[in-house]
Design a protein around this ligand. Structure first.
Ligand code: SF4
Ligand code: SF4
Length: 202
């Protein structure tokens, strides 16, 4: 358990080789699709194409522009700053977007003062995700024991894991187990995982 001397107000230190991912949401108080009350981190680049998907913005691995028509007051500011001519207006159809031209510079997001245009997807390190998740918990963060679980015991031996979690601060604990134990844990939390061979791995 962390102590009062290790506050969460600052992101934990981490190594330069800390992995990162394209995050599109971090949700508190999730009580569906698994046991307990959890903070869930949503990553872009989902390879599944479920017909009932509630988060289609998670499919594309890149940052994307979102448009909320109900919030648009058709001021035209987005068209003024867009270098690609994505935003068009006419009397019949109102504001239309030619998304095939968008190169995701997000100048229009900065220009839009109503929140009709937003960016989804931000590259975040593990440390940044942990810091944000704990920040959302406020004072209750002091009750949290952060745990990093490896699902690759063949590569992440206890020593490798200990060296890795040391990058995040003394309050972090690393866990792994036998392949059967890891599978039991993943099944209990409804986690899907698969090993992908990388030619750059040592
Ligand atoms: S800047 Fe925002 S509110 Fe104005 S037209 Fe563009 S999307 Fe609509
Ligand atoms: S993100 Fe950039 S290129 Fe895409 S619509 Fe906005 S201003 Fe134009």
């Amino acid at each position: 358990m962390r102590t009062p001397e290790t506050p969460w107000s600052e992101p934990p230190e981490c190594g330069a080789d800390t992995p990162s991912g394209m995050v599109f949401d971090i949700q508190r108080m999730c009580v569906h699709d698994g046991p307990g009350i959890r903070t869930v981190v949503f990553l872009k680049g989902c390879p599944l194409r479920c017909a009932w998907c509630h988060n289609p913005e998670g499919m594309d691995p890149r940052p994307q522009l979102l448009y909320h028509a109900a919030a648009c007051v058709q001021c035209g500011k987005c068209a003024e700053v867009c270098p690609e001519g994505v935003h068009r207006f006419d009397a019949e159809t109102g504001h239309r977007l030619d998304r095939s031209r968008c190169r995701a510079c997000f100048a229009c997001v900065d220009a839009c003062c109503t929140g009709a245009l937003t960016r989804t997807g931000r590259d975040m390190t593990v440390a940044e995700v942990m810091a944000e998740a704990l920040r959302q918990l406020g004072d209750k963060a002091s009750d949290i024991q952060p745990i990093l679980v490896s699902i690759d015991p063949a590569r992440d031996t206890p020593q490798v894991l200990a060296d890795y979690v040391a990058n995040f601060g003394p309050q972090f604990v690393g866990l792994t187990g036998t392949p059967d134990q890891v599978k039991a844990m993943a099944d209990a939390y409804r986690v899907f995982y698969a090993k992908v061979e990388n030619k750059d791995d040592p």
